[in-house]
Design a protein around this ligand. Structure first.
Ligand code: GUN
Length: 280
């Protein structure tokens, strides 16, 4: 089998168009503030892309760039100010943070109703208990892609490779909420290839270049590659060995151009949802 490509760029562009149309009809501009601390170059690219996409969709978006030596207390004060600012609907603090700042403390300080990343423990708990709330952008984007690819979810055997709070865990919760039979596998799992081969839907989110080999993929599976890994040569590759995997999969996301563009579109979707929930 040669896999069909799941075109994240196209799905994301369509979602962004739909969001822009809804924003244009609101009568106000949803406010997004992206906070970046320090000079991590990859974060710089991500933050610029988020800000640009938000502005293009009609949001009132701005980046707050703080120096690398910012203290945790100073960052918490910035977050508190954004929590109280009525013009701000969505707050995102870009990770990773410098070592003197505890990410958990900052994530927990964002007002849950403005938590555009869906990382606050209250939103994580809502997701885990099946209640409405703000959902992390990357796994939310994966669900959009699965639906755009006409993937049948109820009863499907889904395997999530990775257990991070940003992707793996919320991904498993979303697939479970969509009635998949979900397995989470990770670095301590015995016989990872065999577990992955059982998947009708395989979501790889480990951050290891080409870890998922062709023979880890079942014939006819749908493969979603969340990884974005930069090789020493500068080339971007996913967590899945794309060529061999696409000979067995029925459908697969490319890297770049798969999940990546969906994350930004879902950040806009979350900010819009937060704005509507807060302002009615
Ligand atoms: N760093 C890498 N991915 C993300 C994300 O989705 N949100 C934030 N805030 N930081 C990140």
């Amino acid at each position: 089998m040669t896999a069909r490509l799941i075109d994240g760029k196209a799905v994301a562009a369509e979602l962004r168009r739909a969001i822009a149309a809804r924003v244009a009809g609101l009568g106000f501009r949803p406010g997004l503030r992206v906070v970046r601390v320090g000079e991590d170059p990859a974060s710089g690219v991500y933050v610029r892309n988020k800000d640009k996409a938000a502005q293009e969709a009609g949001f009132d978006s701005a980046t707050i760039h703080l120096p690398a030596e910012t203290t945790e207390a100073a960052l918490l004060a910035v977050v508190a100010g954004l929590n109280e600012d009525p013009s701000v609907d969505g707050i995102l603090v870009q990770l990773p943070l410098p070592p003197q700042i505890r990410a958990e403390a900052v994530i927990s300080a964002v007002a849950p109703e403005k938590d555009a990343d869906g990382f606050h423990p209250l939103n994580a708990g809502r997701l885990a208990s099946g209640q409405p709330g703000l959902v992390p952008c990357t796994p939310k984007g994966v669900m959009h892609l699965l639906r755009a690819a006409d993937c049948v979810l109820p009863g499907a055997r889904a395997v999530v490779l990775g257990r991070s709070n940003i992707v793996g865990r919320p991904m498993a919760q979303l697939l479970l909420a969509a009635d998949c039979t979900v397995t989470i596998v990770h670095s301590r799992t015995r016989d990872l290839p065999a577990e992955c081969r059982r998947a009708e839907i395989l979501v790889a989110a480990v951050g290891r270049p080409a870890m998922v080999q062709g023979d880890w993929v079942a014939e006819g599976a749908t493969v979603i590659d969340v990884g974005i890994n930069r090789l020493p040569s500068g080339r971007l590759v996913g967590d899945v060995a794309f060529g061999p995997a696409s000979e067995r999969a029925a459908a697969i996301t490319p890297v770049p151009g798969g999940v990546g563009p969906m994350t930004i579109a879902c950040l806009l979707e979350n900010t819009l949802e937060a704005a509507i929930a807060r302002r009615g």
